[in-house]
Design a protein around this ligand. Structure first.
Ligand code: ATP
Ligand code: MG
Length: 461
């Protein structure tokens, strides 16, 4: 059963139940109040009659009290009829013999009896006339008039209730349908995404910001995020293949050259071999960068341990100094600083920054490399006096494969800073950059000095 049908059935069912209950109550209350009204009327009639009967010397005419739908009878204790109103039309028998016997014993009562197929309410009481003669007085009133009203009410309630239930069903069906429509749309969109594999579709919704509105909004937001991340992945794969193709083509050309021209002079061969070595170097850097980023994307987390920041800085310094290409590297003063980090990845991060500083600074320039504790942070800084970074490049240099226009002829993959940022973030830190074009750039890495969060036990490797 669909939700729509279920909601409608519940709605209409509850409506029907409420209507039936209230109609029954209304009917019963009306019936009861009519009976009470009749009883009061009959009692007061009986009082009037008994008063006249007791005080008169001759029996008064009962028709003075009873006419139309009101009846009266006066009985002897043996239930023979002394007198009865004309409205009874010669009934010839007591209105309610059972009640008459009870009245003789002193209990007055109200009863409903059927006389000539008409329901009649009868009040029976004992009276004493002329001092000591016991008589039974029965006063009755037919229900006929009320029954008309009640039958009419019954019909009106039945028809009204049926009409209301039909209306409730229609309104319920419409309401359930219109509030579930966005869900139908979501289903269609999901189906269509499944068939077409296109994530640029959205569910249209123009309605209040209720639960359904929230659902549509969340669903659309999720689609947008999926679309962005899948298109980033696609771009990444496309860029990566493109970047991999260039060194592979160069390698292929160089190797072909060597094979074809076996008689080439040694200096020429050495040049080609150098070229091959540098392409292989570039290729392995590229693959390493891709591997790091693929791990980052797969949710890989770094294992941390207590490390000496100053020792790592010294290590990295000794490693890059021989390849400084005429750039002077100044190491700041180092003090012992211990904190939680992954030593291999921390070295990789610092190497990426120093590599850039050396690469983008002309020979004779200077690079300053420092580490210090700054409050809650361990602060590594690499600043150079090189070409600097143009303001329009600054927001993009941490993106994968992004390289400034001016450096494209220099070796590089554009993955270095993307990896560096991931490593810093994995440590719970971040990287800042400042630069004056033509004057140099300063990269500052902030890593938390305290215990690592989340705890190392939660991290997978
Ligand atoms: P690789 O992945 O081989 O390191 P890359 O150096 O080009 O290649 P990133 O290290 O990610 O890539 O740097 C991105 C870009 O940021 C560089 O291409 C360069 O334009 C700019 N850049 C980074 N560091 C500096 C710096 N110290 N001075 C000037 N420009 C820089
Ligand atoms: Mg770099």
């Amino acid at each position: 059963m669909s939700i729509r049908l279920r909601l409608t059935v519940w709605y209409a069912g509850l409506m029907a139940l409420t209507l039936v209950l209230s109609s029954v109550i209304l009917y019963l209350v009306l019936n009861q109040s009519m009976t009470i009204e009749t009883d009061t009327f009959l009692e007061s009639k009986a009082r009037d009659m008994s008063f006249s009967l007791q005080s008169a010397l001759r029996l008064p005419d009962l028709d003075r009290f009873a006419e139309g739908d009101v009846y009266a009878q006066l009985l002897m204790p043996d239930l023979t009829i002394v007198d009865e109103s004309k409205s009874l039309g010669d009934l010839g028998e007591p209105l309610d013999p059972e009640a008459a016997r009870l009245a003789l014993a002193g209990t007055s009562s109200f009863n409903t009896v059927v006389i000539r197929d008409v329901r009649v309410r009868v009040y029976t009481t004992r009276i004493t006339i002329r001092g000591n003669q016991v008589r039974i007085l029965q006063v009755g009133r037919s229900f006929e008039r009320f029954e008309h009203t009640l039958t009419w009410l019954q019909r009106a309630l039945l028809i009204g209730d049926l009409a209301l239930v039909a209306l409730a069903t229609a309104v319920g069906w419409w309401m359930a349908g219109s509030s579930l429509r966005p869900i139908v749309r979501i289903t269609r969109t999901v189906q269509s995404i499944g068939e077409s594999q296109r994530l640029d579709q959205r569910v249209e919704y123009e309605g209040p910001h209720d639960e359904i509105g929230e659902l549509v909004h969340t669903f659309n937001r999720m689609l947008a995020q999926l679309e962005a991340s899948i298109s980033a992945q696609r771009r990444f794969v496309a860029d990566a293949s493109h970047e991999l193709r260039t060194p592979l083509t160069t390698l292929r050309l160089n190797i072909d050259l060597l094979r074809r021209d076996r008689t080439a002079e040694p200096p020429e061969r050495a040049e080609v071999l150098d070229d091959i070595a540098s392409e292989l170097d570039r290729l392995s850097r590229l693959v390493q960068g891709l591997l790091d980023l693929a791990r980052a994307d797969a949710g890989f987390h770094l294992e941390k341990q207590p490390v000496r920041a100053d020792e790592i800085v010294l290590d990295v310094y000794h490693q890059v100094r021989p390849a400084a290409d005429g750039v002077v590297i100044n190491l700041g003063e180092t003090f012992p600083i211990t904190f939680y980090a992954n030593p291999d990845y921390l070295k990789q991060l610092l190497l990426i920054l120093l590599d850039n500083a050396i690469k983008y600074t002309d020979p004779g320039g200077q690079v300053r490399f420092t580490v210090e504790r700054d409050g809650e942070w361990v602060k590594f800084q690499v600043s150079d006096t090189g070409r600097g970074i143009a303001p329009e490049d600054l927001p993009h240099i941490f993106e994968r494969f992004y390289r400034s226009r001016g450096v494209r002829r220099q070796r590089g993959t554009g993955l270095g800073l993307a990896v560096a940022r991931w490593i810093a973030e994995e440590h719970g830190g971040h990287i800042d950059v400042e630069s004056v074009p033509g004057r140099g750039a300063t990269f500052t890495v902030w890593l938390p000095a305290g215990e690592p969060r989340p705890p190392a036990s939660l991290q997978s490797s």
